[in-house]
Ligand binder design. Structure first.
Ligand code: GDP
Ligand code: MG
Length: 163
């Protein structure tokens, strides 16, 4: 069976956009539309001749800010159970916030390979902000722009190396 990795993170950080970028799909719902049932949760990712299954944990639950942090923890649990590696996504244009710290701690406890995709780094000028997220203590940090495709190859190199 193909190995599985998971995308985990707070609402609006760009999980669906990253999912679409990695799976080459446009079907996962991005943005403010509520229709969670139309989100694609699973997709295939192909990289250098290898195939993995990707799960977008954000597609499972409504993106409702009022549900944090319970729903974030639920997302994380889903990912923990079936994934061999986890990609935590944060919005690199925002400040590091306590739900991100809690989530990072929980994910680190799994002992599974963990990668931090600091998303929305559309330009080099934003790269300094991305480095603030080093404080989460996740060694494998990759600044990416899911929208523009920047550094996505670097992220896939790192993830596929452990699958
Ligand atoms: P999710 O709730 O985590 O699945 O986030 P979405 O993928 O739905 O994206 C939330 C918002 O962030 C949308 O308006 C996206 O267009 C935007 N977004 C996602 N990735 C990027 C990115 O790399 N750069 C910028 N500037 N915006 C992004
Ligand atoms: Mg989403």
């Amino acid at each position: 069976d193909a190995p599985v990795f998971a995308i985990v993170g707070r609402p609006n950080v760009g999980k669906s956009t990253l999912f679409n970028r990695l799976t080459g799909s446009r079907r996962s719902i991005v943005g403010d539309e509520p229709g969670i049932t139309r989100d694609r949760i699973y997709g295939n990712v192909e990289w250098n001749g290898h195939i993995a299954r990707l799960v977008d944990t954000g597609g499972i639950i409504p993106d409702d800010e009022a549900l944090i942090p319970t729903e974030i923890l639920r997302q994380a649990r889903v990912a923990l159970e079936e994934a061999q590696a986890i990609v935590m996504v944060v919005d690199g244009r925002t400040e590091l916030a306590s739900p991100d710290i809690d989530l990072a701690r929980l994910l680190q406890k799994t002992g599974k390979p963990l990668f931090l995709a600091v998303n929305k780094i559309d330009t080099e000028a934003l790269d300094a902000g991305a480095q603030n997220f080093r404080r989460l203590g996740i060694k494998n940090l990759v600044p990416v722009s899911s929208e523009h495709g920047h550094n996505i190859g670097d992220l896939l190199d790192e993830v596929f190396a452990v699958l």
